[in-house]
Write a protein that binds this ligand. Structure first.
Ligand SMILES: [Ca+2]
Length: 121
């Protein structure tokens, strides 16, 4: 499960990938961010404990555009906040993580770092 894209819009290719640690029963989603220096910066996007869950996860790249979030769909806009807005507009390649049958979250580049947001649950 690997996704390539330019997640931060710096013109260099970045890669997102799940890694599983069998010994610790953990898995994590990591982004490998290409830097102008030629180095790669690694960002840990999420670390989860139930490693059996990985068989039900999918990661993909999202098309640019405007998306309604779970906040606006499920709970009403009055519950939306600055960190969970009613909608987001994606200007850069964005990582989607789907837990099949359960939820979809985006990890999108927002003001210099990745922001997670729940799109559907
Ligand atoms: Ca990039």
């Amino acid at each position: 499960m690997v996704v390539d894209g330019d997640f931060d819009g710096n013109g260099l290719t970045d890669t997102a990938k799940f890694y599983i640690n069998e010994n610790k029963h953990q898995y994590g989603l990591f982004a490998f961010m290409g830097q102008p220096s030629g180095e790669t910066t690694i960002v840990n996007l999420s670390l989860l404990k139930n490693h059996d869950l990985h068989t039900r996860l999918g990661v993909s790249k999202v098309k640019l555009g405007r998306y309604e979030t779970a906040c606006s769909k499920g709970y009403g806009r009055s519950y939306c906040t600055s960190t969970q807005p009613a909608s987001i507009t994606l200007e850069y390649d964005t990582i989607s993580v789907i837990t099949f049958g359960t939820s979809e979250s985006f990890y999108y580049w927002n003001e210099g770092h990745f922001s997670p947001i729940l799109i559907a649950d």
